[in-house]
Design a protein around this ligand. Structure first.
Ligand SMILES: Nc1ncnc2c1ncn2[C@@H]1O[C@H](COP(=O)(O)OP(=O)(O)OP(=O)(O)O)[C@@H](O)[C@H]1O
Ligand SMILES: [Mg+2]
Length: 394
């Protein structure tokens, strides 16, 4: 699939094996599930808390693992034979995707109460063995077990068992019939994603991030925002998936979390790549990248393009939002079916998200407000856009 994603550290394919975070403590605890939840927490799992610039960092704030222990009663614990049967022994015909962390299968499982028809789910089987694989799995279970928002994918349950093939770590999600934003935006075998859908997807994804940053007792940094992690339900409503790299934000007056750099090339903020200092503003940068991908219908990195057009952010700089030739960057597949005014506003918003100074980037709640305003512009702008004879680049 994507050529765009080059992992920053220790990555095999497109996705990182999260490296041991720089601020991490000693070797993580055992990978054996604990007796209450089937889960244990390792010290440098994504849900762990490592802050830097310590200023007396004791905090009354709850941690994700603690919140998980309190709240995640709704998660189902699946047995491995059940998931084997549900995926026809992980048959390739039922495989719907593959990322750097594992393969995803469409499957049918019995409802929680055992009554009625089977329900469709997506089963992700992690392919990384040992502690790293366990930590990613654990982070995802703990974060998704705690968060609850219409724009975050719902985790139905999990499975952690060992069999003759070794440690098996699986996650069972609600099934998202329209796959990912990446598929619809860049795969030419899908029909063009309309302007209205693009705006609504941007808004929903922004609301999901705003909730993680500002709507929970604990601040959550998502760390892997990109088009392939924005899944689409039957109505094209976006939901963020993949919490294997998510981290708790800084607490107790600290400004950032220190981590090893993981994420995806083309989406990660330069300040994070350079320093390993992670803040919510790292996610805001990645959101800015995806905004430009939505406008241009181009991946953040495309090696197949002519030199000068391979890096989306460098290419779009030549056509600023208030310039006469701005429309050159717009996706030609949209065929002028978009609001010129709104598109320019969104480019300006993206530029603010892509400020080199992390502090100057807007909060996600502000991004949400600006996107709502842009959506309001669509009717008046549409006419002006279609009446323009702008030359479009391809
Ligand atoms: N809950 C789901 N419902 C339907 N399809 C899904 C679901 N989760 C994942 N997929 C599909 O599986 C694909 C692979 O997902 P996965 O998260 O493993 O990798 P990725 O996002 O493509 O890459 P990366 O590993 O870098 O995140 C997705 O692009 C999507 O098409
Ligand atoms: Mg993914």
């Amino acid at each position: 699939m994507a050529l765009a994603c080059f992992n920053l550290l220790f990555r095999r394919r497109r996705r990182p094996r999260p490296g041991r975070d720089a601020g991490a403590g000693p070797t993580p605890a055992t990978s054996a599930p604990n007796s209450n939840t089937g889960l244990s927490r390792s010290d440098d799992s994504g849900a762990g808390q490592q802050t830097s610039k310590s200023s007396g960092s004791t905090s009354s704030q709850q941690s994700i693992p603690a919140m998980f222990e309190e709240r995640a009663h709704g998660l189902r614990v699946f047995r491995l034979p059940e998931l084997r049967a549900a995926t026809n022994d992980f048959h390739r015909m039922l495989k719907i995707g593959e990322g750097g962390f594992g393969s995803v299968y469409k499957a049918f499982v019995r409802p929680a109460d055992g009554k009625g028809d089977k329900i469709t789910v997506a089963v992700k089987r992690l392919n990384q063995k040992g502690l790293q694989g366990h930590k990613q799995w654990l982070a995802e279970v703990q974060f998704l077990g705690v968060v609850e928002h219409p724009n975050l994918v719902k985790l139905i349950g999990y499975c952690a068992e060992d069999d003759e093939r070794g440690i098996q770590r699986l996650l069972v999600y609600e099934f998202m019939p329209n796959r990912s934003l990446e598929d619809h935006l860049f795969n030419r075998s899908y029909p063009c994603l309309s302007w209205n859908l693009r705006l609504n997807i941007a808004l929903g994804a922004a609301e999901g991030l705003a909730y993680l940053h500002e709507g929970l007792e604990v601040q959550v940094i998502y760390r892997d925002f990109k088009a392939s992690n924005v899944l689409l339900d039957k109505d094209f409503k976006p939901k963020l998936s993949d919490f294997g790299l998510a981290r708790e934000g800084p607490t107790g007056g600290n400004t950032h979390v220190s981590t090893a750099v993981v994420g995806t090339y083309g989406y990660a903020a330069p300040d994070y790549i350079e320093t390993g200092h992670l803040t919510t503003k790292s996610d805001v940068w990645s959101f800015g990248v995806v905004l430009y991908e939505l406008l241009a219908g181009r991946r953040s990195l495309e090696r197949s393009r002519p030199t000068g057009e391979q890096k989306l952010l460098e290419w779009v700089k030549q056509y600023p939002a208030d310039s006469r030739r701005f429309n050159v960057i717009m996706d030609p597949r949209l065929q002028s079916q978009f609001s010129d005014k709104a598109a320019r506003e969104i480019a300006k918003l993206a530029d603010r998200c892509l400020n080199r100074q992390a502090k100057e980037r807007p909060k996600m709640s502000e991004v949400v407000e600006r996107l709502k305003e842009a959506i309001q512009m669509k009717e008046t702008g549409k006419h002006s856009a279609s009446s323009k004879k702008s030359k479009r680049g391809g």
